[in-house]
Design a protein. Structure first.
Length: 113
């Protein structure tokens, strides 16, 4: 088994076990050293891990990259919407212009089918 596959399986298994802090270094290695080999689910797992660790701004950036890579990947769009919610709509420092833009983005990313 090659290095990429081992990292991929370890990161995924730790995330699925909700051991997000343990999974994060492996996802970071996948992201920085093997990005070209990463599948949509690997990128989604990295963003989800960041989100679960309350690093939502970083997760948002990863989601943006996943969206650029594959805008048809529904789980990626859904997570992107949650990250927008967490960074732009949740909290006390809301601005009207930011709220409107965030809501529009979430509606476009997560159509109800």
């Amino acid at each position: 088994m090659d290095d990429f596959t081992q990292l991929q399986q370890l990161a995924s298994n730790l995330r699925k076990s909700k051991r997000y802090a343990d999974a994060l270094p492996y996802f970071e290695q996948l992201w920085t050293q093997h990005y070209e080999l990463c599948e949509d689910w690997d990128v989604w797992g990295y963003a989800q891990t960041l989100r679960k660790l309350n690093r939502c701004r970083e997760a948002l950036e990863v989601c943006r990259e996943l969206y650029r890579k594959n805008s048809d990947f529904a789980p990626g769009r859904n997570l992107y919407g949650w990250c927008i919610y967490a960074t732009e709509l949740k909290g006390e420092d809301l601005r009207d212009d930011g709220v409107i833009a965030a809501v529009r983005a979430i509606v476009q990313l997560t159509p109800q089918e």
